[in-house]
Design a protein around this ligand. Structure first.
Ligand SMILES: Nc1nc2c(ncn2[C@@H]2O[C@H](COP(=O)(O)OP(=O)(O)O)[C@@H](O)[C@H]2O)c(=O)[nH]1
Ligand SMILES: [Mg+2]
Length: 259
């Protein structure tokens, strides 16, 4: 809880047995009213570990992707009455210790989305971010800011907090089920004028964690360019389902069952 506001944490992941317990243990006491692990077809002990840790577990029957995992997790968090939802990656990439700060920015700062940015202050390379990722991140961010008229320090962080309002209003269910989901979400928030805040978060790369590899990285980069292109075309008059205020929200999403 933050005051009277219910806080849920959503962790979308697959085969994160090596890092899940460490991630949950680092969430400060008392802030999360519910931790939802969305199991996207894990074949390791992720589900049993999550249950042992007291997480709610929702499973996909097969691997649907990281974006699909978020859709399922956000729907479940809303159903559980969350006022604020924070996505924390179960690969221990981002500091769970910052959840109260991010949730507090949503509750008290008036932001509908808060990003934990690795770029707001320097240090991402020192934290171990591969150089090619850093370069692509900077390039895409500059391009997307120019195309979408925003001033975010990065579009590619997976550390994000949402207000209930954002999750109820944004047509997230129509977004891609892969990593591009994150990019489309920000394009939608910018388009619909939801305030986006940022805090700085150290980058943390180490061996046991998952990290997006080169080919999925290329697909992701092309997806980001396409997102920005669609945004601009829509501004010029083309209709686009991604930016349709009547598009499907996470409430319309039907994948995943509670275990
Ligand atoms: N639900 C789901 N989550 C995934 C999938 N692949 C990766 N993830 C999670 O998404 C997060 C980010 O993926 P990752 O490969 O670490 O990307 P990077 O941190 O940007 O290099 C990790 O915490 C993974 O557990 C997937 O297929 N489905
Ligand atoms: Mg990662």
């Amino acid at each position: 809880m933050i005051g009277e506001h219910r806080v849920a944490i959503v962790m979308p992941g697959i085969n994160v047995a090596a890092t899940l317990a460490r991630t949950v243990a680092a969430i400060p006491e008392g802030v999360a009213d519910e931790i939802i692990f969305v199991d996207d077809g894990s074949t390791d002990a992720s589900v049993a570990i999550a249950q042992d840790l007291g997480c709610a577990v929702v499973s996909h029957a097969r691997n649907l992707g990281y974006g699909a995992g978020q859709k399922t997790g956000y729907r479940e968090a809303l159903a559980g009455g969350a006022d604020v939802v924070v996505m924390v990656h179960p690969d221990f990439q981002y500091k769970p210790e910052l959840v109260p700060a991010m949730a507090s920015m949503v509750v008290h700062g008036g932001y509908d989305i808060v990003l934990g940015s690795r770029m707001l202050v320097g240090g991402a390379l020192k934290g171990g971010m591969p150089r090619w990722k850093w370069v692509v991140n900077r390039g895409l961010t500059t391009f997307e800011n120019a195309m979408m008229g925003a001033r975010l320090s990065e579009y590619h962080t997976g550390y994000r907090a949402f207000s209930r309002r954002a999750l109820e209003q944004l047509p997230l269910a129509g977004n891609r089920n892969d990593f591009v989901f994150d990019n489309e979400t920000l394009a939608q928030a910018i388009h619909f004028g939801l305030p986006i805040g940022e805090i700085s978060c150290p980058a943390n790369y180490f061996d046991e964690m998952q990290t997006i590899t080169f080919l999925p990285g290329i697909r992701y980069g092309l997806g980001c360019l396409s997102t920005a292109g669609r945004f601009v075309k829509h501004r010029l008059g083309a209709s686009d389902a991604m930016l349709d205020p009547a598009g499907p929200t996470v409430r319309d999403w039907t994948e995943g069952v509670r275990r």
